[in-house]
Design a protein around this ligand. Structure first.
Ligand code: SF4
Length: 293
């Protein structure tokens, strides 16, 4: 079966040869037909930016002599929202809790918290690792080159992160089977793009757990080893975990490489495409079961 012009273009953008993947196109096409009875015309909305907290001047500072120059000092005072409280939050409460969270030291260097983006009831959920410099600046996950690559990968499957949050008309038009919700394992940028520390992952985990519970995805793509550590509690390398269907709270989970890694290791793109095809096949099989029951 031949690739459609759009799919071929997307694969070209991923740097893949299309002639060796023809067998998968049938799966993707069947999934799209099974899931779509209405055309979605989503519009993109970026999440609210969360201002970086600034320290209020103390009374002592206000009384000090005018010749003194007071340097604002941001004191890390851990603020912990109880796990049970997080587990009961709605979207609005969760967004506010993350915006004001200082439970770990990553709060000290952030510009914005990076909450998440996409359809709140998307059938597909992508879980990444931690915000980088551009994500921290914009308050949205997967922006810049890795975000473009992720968008191209998703588009090749007929999926999009675009969703007009808060717009009733857009909400009604959006088809959740064609939408993704994207979240990171930690919501604040580690300084210098270092890896998130185990305690930082642990502190942020209840937020991710709640996001998954609210979205109720039909399938999850875990991108990168820290997403895998959070969701599967496994420290095995990606190469050992990919290529099979895992389960997270009863939801099929596919492990694949993070787009930032793929940009540095172009030879792994074909494996990432295999992972996406496995996810598409798994989703199509689930949809077929639901349709026939
Ligand atoms: S990374 Fe997560 S736990 Fe740490 S301060 Fe940010 S929101 Fe809170």
């Amino acid at each position: 079966m031949a690739w459609s012009a759009r799919q071929a273009l997307m694969l070209k953008e991923m740097g893949l040869r299309v002639d060796v993947r023809a067998e998968v196109q049938a799966v993707v096409g069947a999934q799209a037909e099974a899931q779509s009875s209405q055309a979605a015309t989503p519009r993109s909305t970026r999440p609210e930016a969360t201002p970086r907290p600034t320290a209020a001047p103390s009374a002592a500072a206000e009384k000090s002599a005018p010749t003194l120059v007071q340097t604002p000092v941001q004191i890390h005072a851990p603020r912990r929202v109880g796990v049970d409280a997080i587990a009961a939050m709605d979207w609005s409460e969760l967004r506010s809790a993350i915006a004001s969270c200082t439970a770990c030291k990553l709060s000290q260097g952030r510009t914005h918290t990076v909450f998440g983006v996409g359809h709140p009831n998307a059938h597909w959920m992508v879980v990444g690792e931690a915000p980088g410099e551009q994500e921290d600046a914009q308050g949205e996950p997967f922006v810049g080159k890795s975000g473009q690559l992720l968008d191209n990968m998703l588009r090749a499957l007929g999926l999009s992160r675009d969703f007009s949050q808060g717009d009733a008309q857009g909400d009604a038009q959006a088809d959740p089977s064609k939408c993704v919700y994207i979240a990171n394992s930690v919501k604040c940028r580690p300084p210098g793009n270092r890896n998130p520390a185990p305690d930082e992952l642990a502190e942020c985990e209840p937020f991710l757990i709640r996001q998954v519970a609210l979205v109720k995805p039909k399938i999850i793509l875990a991108m990168g080893r820290f997403a895998v550590q959070s969701l599967l509690r496994s420290s095995d390398p990606i190469g050992k975990l990919r290529g099979r269907v895992h389960q997270y709270e009863g939801v099929p989970l596919i492990v694949t490489y993070h787009p930032a890694y793929l940009l540095r290791n172009l030879e792994e793109k074909a494996r990432a495409w295999d992972d996406l095809c496995l996810a598409a096949q798994t989703y199509a099989e689930l949809a077929a079961v639901v349709t026939s029951s």
